[in-house]
Design a binder for this molecule. Structure first.
Ligand SMILES: Cc1ncc(C[n+]2csc(CCOP(=O)(O)OP(=O)(O)O)c2C)c(N)n1
Ligand code: SF4
Length: 300
């Protein structure tokens, strides 16, 4: 059933309570609130080391209003697999096991357990929120970092193409794969709920603004994420294993055609991490963006 604005009002249960420790303008906390809130009574969360393990708070001040297990960086999908199997044995498979973690675990350090869980078709949903860096430890480059981004470990600009994790999951036979953006929460929640309706391993990568590491104005977080879609940097699509077809999502559909896109510099110019980006780097970033689109087109 399509998600409406009313559904997004986080009732009856708020999944992220007041007093959480996320930075102002954090797209991850915003996306969490809406997606996890939409299934709060049925959610069991597994969180690898990440900003999410910090912004949930601790002790009496804990802000995650859902059962949550924090795991070692690389272990989340293995732990989620065990929980999912145990729940099934106990006849509680109406509960939804969700991994909520950053790109450091999903693209790099946890990718082995993630692919393992996908390979075994564990009944879990992995949500990778993408701030394109190891955010909570100071903003080091991850496999998800874009070309030209200045991070603490690539101060002169990252030179390597972005690792395309959704496509890795498609190649590993996930049941359902999608991308989303924190600027289009209805689209995200719709995909999130759709993913949870399937049996097997599901994967969603959501682009989220991260003001401290992107060196951006926290008031512009949604605007920057929206521009990510409008410049084509962030293609929005979903892929279903049963049809082996990729479908562009409503908010990003028209940007499949390059002629409709805004210049990438509209997006880079709002972020300090791209300050000093050269024309050559911009061209390389554009090329890498087109590489993603070309890959999606093969499945359309
Ligand atoms: C094996 C291992 N290496 C390094 C760390 C330190 N560490 C904890 S969280 C983190 C960064 C996580 O980055 P990411 O997954 O992108 O999530 P974010 O912090 O951006 O939310 C690092 C490097 C760790 N806990 N375990
Ligand atoms: S560092 Fe970025 S991802 Fe982490 S809590 Fe702050 S805004 Fe969110």
């Amino acid at each position: 059933m399509p998600v409406t604005q009313k559904d997004l009002m986080i009732k009856p249960k708020d999944a992220l309570l007041k007093g959480h420790f996320a930075c102002a303008g954090c797209g991850s906390a915003l996306a969490f609130r809406h997606a996890i809130g939409s299934v709060a009574d049925k959610a069991v969360l597994v969180v690898p080391a990440s900003c999410a393990s910090v912004y949930q708070g601790s002790g009496k001040g804990v802000a995650f209003n859902v059962p949550t297990i924090n795991t070692a960086f690389a272990a989340s999908d293995a732990v989620a697999s065990g929980i999912s199997r145990a729940l099934k044995k106990k006849g509680k498979d109406d509960l939804k096991v969700i991994v909520w973690g950053g790109d450091g675990s999903a693209a790099d350090i946890g990718i082995a357990t993630e692919i393992g869980a996908c390979d075994r078709q564990e009944n879990i949903l992995h949500v990778m929120y993408s701030n394109n860096v190891y955010g909570n430890t100071g903003g080091q480059r991850s496999g998800d970092t874009m070309i030209g981004a200045r991070t603490t470990t690539t101060p002169k600009g990252n030179t390597t193409p972005r690792k395309m994790v959704p496509f890795i999951m498609m190649a590993n036979n996930a049941r359902y794969v999608a991308t989303a953006s924190s600027a289009y929460l209805e689209d995200f929640v719709e995909k999130f709920q759709k993913a949870l309706s399937f049996e097997g391993f599901k994967f969603i990568q959501i682009d989220i603004s991260c003001p401290p590491n992107w060196r951006s104005d926290s008031a512009l977080s949604i605007e920057i994420s929206r521009l990510g879609v409008q410049t084509g940097i962030w293609p929005l699509f979903e892929w279903d294993r049963e049809t082996n077809t990729a479908v562009l999502s409503r908010p990003g559909k028209k940007y499949g055609d390059k002629a409709n896109r805004k210049p990438i510099s509209d997006w880079t110019s709002l972020q300090g991490r791209f300050r000093g980006i050269t024309d050559e780097e911009l061209i390389a970033l554009e090329k890498d963006t087109e590489r993603q689109w070309n890959f999606i087109r093969k499945f359309m």
